[in-house]
Design a protein around this ligand. Structure first.
Ligand code: PMP
Length: 272
């Protein structure tokens, strides 16, 4: 979907001088489709509009219209299981960082997508890049600019034989991975960082609800890297990767998968 038309992705054309390409002024979402239904679509559309607001992107469509487009794109692609990617971006009317005359465009793409990680348990390494604080960058928005350091960090990790990274924030507290939130377990208590410097993940929220319903002990806070590496079990959460176990962070290995497997079972029941 682009400029009010549904078209083949090979026919979708945008101007090479789009402001968002040059100045990272876009926001986007990633939504899983299970059994022909977009999963937690309303929450994703809410976050998309929140990101738009933070980045000053005034879309001339309402939330329910974007929801309808996402549902329609699933039908048009005859998707049973897959992924939807709405992105709101600025057109080519400004050659500088200011955006006064830029049109605001929405594109929605969808494709069949099975697993995000080939491995069922991940090896992470500590990234050299730090997540900025909310006074440095609009961290609450799922904006393309936030992914510059994710890309650099993840590429470095892969080059060194790891699957992904643990990123600290600018105050050296554990933040998240390149595209997932992080949880760990120590003595049957679950820990996860606040979202001060990381994305408020929708899968994170689903897991927090499961933990609450199951009356599992939880602490959300600011944690140092040694608290994470001293734990018994680690897992990541994200729309694309769902809930995925971590078996290693640099030299430290984790054998435990009990909580990950329990949460995966609960998650499976929700997505059914
Ligand atoms: N953090 C980052 C940086 C991400 O890109 C994502 C994926 N959207 C997440 C966390 C997890 O968020 P969600 O569960 O909403 O996909």
């Amino acid at each position: 979907f682009l400029k009010n038309k549904y078209l083949k992705s090979k026919d979708s054309k945008i101007h090479i001088l789009c402001h968002s390409l040059h100045f990272s002024s876009s926001v986007f979402e990633g939504i899983r489709v299970y059994n022909r239904k977009p999963f937690f679509l309303e929450d994703h559309i809410e976050r998309l509009f929140r990101s738009c607001k933070i980045m000053g992107l005034k879309l001339d469509l309402k939330k329910n219209q974007v929801t309808d487009i996402c549902n329609e794109i699933v039908k048009k692609n005859k998707l049973t299981n897959g992924y939807i990617r709405p992105i709101v971006f600025r057109g080519a009317q400004s050659m500088g960082p200011d955006t006064k005359d830029c049109e605001i465009l929405l594109s929605v793409a969808a494709w069949k997508w099975d697993v995000f990680y080939k491995n069922s348990s991940l090896k992470l390494t500590l990234a050299k890049w730090k997540k900025p604080g909310p006074d440095v960058s609009p961290v609450a928005a799922k904006s393309s600019g936030s992914y510059q350091i994710s890309t650099l960090a993840k590429n470095d990790a892969i080059k060194n034989g790891f699957d992904d990274v643990v990123m600290l924030d600018h105050k050296d507290y554990v933040a998240e991975s390149s595209s997932c939130n992080i949880f760990w377990i120590k003595d049957n208590k679950v820990y996860t960082p606040t979202t001060r410097c990381s994305l408020a993940g929708i899968t994170r929220e689903i897991v927090l609800n499961i933990l609450k319903n199951e009356k599992i002990k939880l602490k959300v806070g600011n944690f140092r890297i040694n608290e994470l590496t001293d734990s018994d079990e680690v897992f990541l959460t994200g729309t694309a990767s769902e809930i995925i176990n971590v078996c290693q962070i640099d030299k430290k290995k984790f054998k435990e998968k009990k909580m990950t497997n329990f949460l995966k079972k609960k998650f499976y029941l929700i997505k059914k």
